[in-house]
Design a protein around this ligand. Structure first.
Ligand SMILES: [Zn+2]
Length: 374
């Protein structure tokens, strides 16, 4: 090619690029939030099988409806699916997809089934943890058994046998810093299912492999029982699938709004210059801590070591032998703390020690017995 022609061509390409950047409509909207939607099973793994429907198809249909609703109403949200078609994906890979995409939320969609009796019905949402009932363990075992269809599953999951109860002990101390948000999101989903007139089996914990490696708030939803003829019919129908997706969407909407609110508050604080912050501080104090000031505002620091939706006994094994663990409740959750001091450096030193056993332990602050939320 002649040099002059090449020059023109280059100019032309540059112009096109500039035009593309200048026209707002051509640019992708900025995505500030990512949700990974994981329709359980697929391909050679049908999941639970009903009278005529298959779990994998119900999961996928609801997942696609949900994603569509989110994309329509939340243009700043990126929706990533672990699968959009009928194909087999390994459990660990599902979590990897979420981690690689730096997802802010992970929701795995499943359909329940029991061998005994066709009258069992209802929805339930799981977060990662040790199953505290045989029923919950049964769900985890059934869902985890998908790995039996994977190559080298023993190696990949470090000898984990999804069918042996002993394998599940590894989930006992599996707490993560997203647990509180996961439980909050799970409760929100269950509330929405109730509004949709579905039977509510509650928020549960289970040793679910698909949630194990996720590093963001993550839940696994069981939409209903495919072993129950009536629920099977509902879940296999397009209207039922839409209604279930709508319930999940409403819970997502609440989660996302809360996320934006917190992020907005954080950005507001960060973007102020130190001088501005000083000006703002006194106003804030009078607005939020009037009571504390009146009572002299004694500040006490504690270390929060874990959160649970259940009240745990003082000698619970989950406390790993720590004595004098205190607790308080907040928004329906039990929060467990260790140690207390009015000296921040002291509590910081203690937290460092505690973190060896509870790696996500963090410091919280109380003013005159009231927790300070930052
Ligand atoms: Zn499933």
């Amino acid at each position: 090619m002649e040099l002059a022609v090449r020059k023109y061509l280059l100019l032309y390409i540059n112009l096109l690029a500039a035009l593309f950047l200048m026209v707002p409509g051509l640019q992708a909207k900025e995505k500030s939030f990512t949700i990974v939607i994981d329709p359980g099973h697929g391909g050679k793994d049908p999941g639970a099988i009903g009278y005529s429907a298959k779990e994998k198809s119900i999961n996928l249909a609801v997942a696609l409806f949900l994603g569509e609703m989110i994309e329509k109403a939340h243009p700043d949200t990126r929706v990533v699916y672990t699968r959009k078609t009928d194909r087999f994906i390994e459990l660990d890979e599902r979590a990897n997809i979420a981690n690689r995409n730096k997802a802010d939320l992970f929701v795995s969609i499943h359909t329940n089934s029991v061998k005994r009796g066709s009258s069992v019905r209802g929805t339930e949402t799981f977060t990662l943890g040790l199953a505290r009932s045989d029923e919950n363990l049964e769900v985890a075992m059934r869902e985890n058994s998908a790995i039996l269809l994977e190559d080298d599953y023993l190696q990949k999951y470090e000898g984990f046998d999804p069918t042996s109860t002993e394998s599940y002990i590894i989930f006992e101390f599996m707490q993560n810093k997203h647990m509180e948000q996961s439980i909050g999101f799970a409760s929100s989903i269950q509330k929405e299912f109730v509004k949709t007139k579905r039977a509510n089996r509650g928020v549960k914990q289970g040793g679910l492999l698909v949630l194990r490696k996720t590093s963001m708030p993550a839940v696994l939803v069981e939409l209903g029982f495919i072993s129950n003829r009536e629920e099977e019919r509902y879940m296999a129908s397009s209207s039922g699938q839409r209604a279930l997706a709508r319930a999940l969407y409403n819970a997502f909407d609440r989660f996302k709004n809360e996320y934006d609110r917190k992020k907005g508050a954080l950005n507001g604080a960060v973007s102020r210059s130190p001088a501005q912050q000083q000006q703002v501080m006194p106003e804030r104090q009078t607005a939020t801590t009037t009571v504390a000031v009146a009572k002299k505002g004694t500040v006490v620091y504690k270390i929060q070591i874990m959160t649970s939706d259940k009240k745990l006994p003082a000698n619970s094994r989950q406390f790993k032998g720590y004595k004098n663990v205190s607790s308080f409740t907040e928004r329906g959750l039990h929060k467990y703390t260790y140690g207390e001091s009015t000296n921040f450096n002291e509590i910081r030193a203690l937290r460092r020690k505690v973190a060896k056993d509870f790696k996500d332990a963090f410091i919280i602050e109380f003013v005159d017995g009231e927790k300070v939320n930052k």
